[in-house]
Design a protein around this ligand. Structure first.
Ligand SMILES: Nc1ncnc2c1ncn2[C@@H]1O[C@H](COP(=O)(O)OP(=O)(O)O)[C@@H](O)[C@H]1O
Ligand SMILES: [Mg+2]
Length: 140
């Protein structure tokens, strides 16, 4: 296991994207952090970087969004509103052997999600710095 920590702004999201993409471009990536921490924003950046041209929206209400890129089929899920583990089975969060699954609020269902290749945690800084977040990326 390899852990990296640092600070990320909207301007440096590329560096965090590279940390992830240099480790894996497939499997499951869990995104943790409170509302507004920047999970969806990071995923949007990452998907644009790997060539998704479709418009990328938050799956807050749809729960699961599907995208295509030259590199991968991609699933972006937000499990904030999912409370029971039985609901997970119907969402199609399956690793095909080559797709990339980016899952917000997935930590509550970790045992059902496999293979987890990385966990990214975003949080507000203690100070009043609103234009930056701290990150912790765990490469598994
Ligand atoms: N790394 C960052 N640095 C500064 N502001 C950010 C960062 N990531 C996101 N934001 C801002 O925070 C707000 C909420 O981000 P969002 O990605 O929707 O959070 P989440 O998906 O974690 O609820 C957005 O307005 C966005 O511009
Ligand atoms: Mg979000």
């Amino acid at each position: 296991m390899n852990i990296k920590e640092g600070v990320v702004s909207l301007e440096t999201l590329d560096e965090l994207s590279d940390l992830l993409l240099n480790h894996t471009t497939d499997g499951i990536v869990l995104l943790e952090g409170e509302l507004g921490a920047g999970k969806t924003t990071f995923i949007k950046h990452l998907l644009q970087k790997i060539g998704v041209v479709e418009s990328i929206t938050s799956p807050t209400f749809s729960l699961v969004n599907h995208y295509h890129s030259p590199l991968r089929d991609i699933i972006h899920a937000d499990l904030y509103r999912v409370k029971k583990s039985q609901e997970i089975e119907g969402l199609g969060l399956d690793y095909t052997g080559k797709n990339l699954l980016l899952i917000e609020w997935g930590e509550q269902f970790e045992s059902l999600l496999t293979p987890i290749k990385a966990k990214i945690s975003l949080s507000y800084l203690a100070s009043d710095t609103i234009n930056q977040r701290s990150y912790r990326i765990e490469l598994l």
